[in-house]
Design a protein around this ligand. Structure first.
Ligand code: MF3
Ligand code: CO
Ligand code: CO
Length: 259
């Protein structure tokens, strides 16, 4: 969607705060031995308290509140009995709907004493997200976001999972336009003020191909390499984007209290 009024921006900020709060609460419980279902329950409680609903459940019938994916599982992992182990890299991908408006964010979290190689791929994804945020401004071609993202990922020697893109968001999870994490030659239309999109480098330490798994949801890297993923929902402006899912928004004086 494209934001037309200050009221819409405030409403979308409220959804963004719920997403950020759910991620904060879930991340605080990440440790060896916790099950992904227990982490999902933590997110579900934050949603319930805020009167928010799970975007993946609403839009796709996803069997969980949030998507939780470990190591070679890149995206759409189903929360369940699996317990995190020391050394895992777990991705918490959280999408909320509040009053009809959606926001989406993801973090990659090391579990216990994680291997340096896992940490490094997480760093690369986070840096790549920052690169994308710095490129995202009204008037810039959409594919310049992907160019910036992939340049950073390549500088680490890692690969973008090209089948998985950022996206427009707002009234549903996935809206126009596609926001790939690489320079797609045809996607050269300019970003416009008010447009709400995600930037989300989903990357692999090895090759970027992903493959479906037997559960019908989880996508894993074909080569079994570790995947990392960071994501924010942002509003395009003529200057720096507004990061709706940034935790720091909550900490500013004058912000409305989280519901
Ligand atoms: N959070 C995912 C994204 O970033 C969307 C998950 S919807 C699901 O696009 F149903 F596929 F899980
Ligand atoms: Co997401
Ligand atoms: Co997304």
């Amino acid at each position: 969607m494209s934001i037309e009024t200050p009221e819409q921006l405030e409403a979308l900020r409220a959804t963004g705060r719920v997403v950020a709060e759910a991620i904060r609460a879930m991340r605080a419980e990440v440790r060896a031995g916790v099950s992904t279902e227990e982490l999902d329950e933590v997110g579900a409680r934050v949603f319930a308290r805020a009167g928010a609903r799970s975007g993946p459940q609403l839009d796709y019938g996803f069997p969980g509140t949030t998507c939780i994916s470990g190591n070679d599982a890149a995206v759409h992992g189903i929360p369940g009995k699996r317990r995190l182990k020391d050394g895992d890299l777990v991705k918490l991908d959280v999408t909320a709907e509040l009053d009809g408006l959606y926001a989406d964010a993801c973090v990659s979290v090391p579990v216990g004493r994680t291997r340096g190689s896992h940490i490094r791929v997480a760093h690369a994804s986070r840096e790549a997200l920052t690169s994308g945020l710095l490129a995202a401004r009204a008037g810039v071609a959409i594919n310049e976001i992907g160019r910036a993202v992939e340049t950073t990922v390549s500088s680490y020697g890692y690969s973008v999972c090209r089948d998985l893109s950022g996206h427009g968001i707002g009234r549903r999870i996935h809206e126009e336009p596609d926001v790939p994490s690489f320079h797609h030659p045809r996607l050269n239309q300019p970003l416009t003020e008010g447009l709400v999109i995600t930037i989300e480098p989903i990357i692999a330490a090895g090759k970027g191909e992903v493959t479906e798994t037997g559960d019908g949801w989880t996508l894993r890297t074909r080569d079994g390499s570790c995947a990392a993923h960071f994501e924010h929902t942002i509003v395009i402006t003529s200057a720096a984007p507004i990061i709706l899912t940034a935790r720091t928004l909550r900490a500013l004086p004058g912000d409305p209290a989280p519901r």
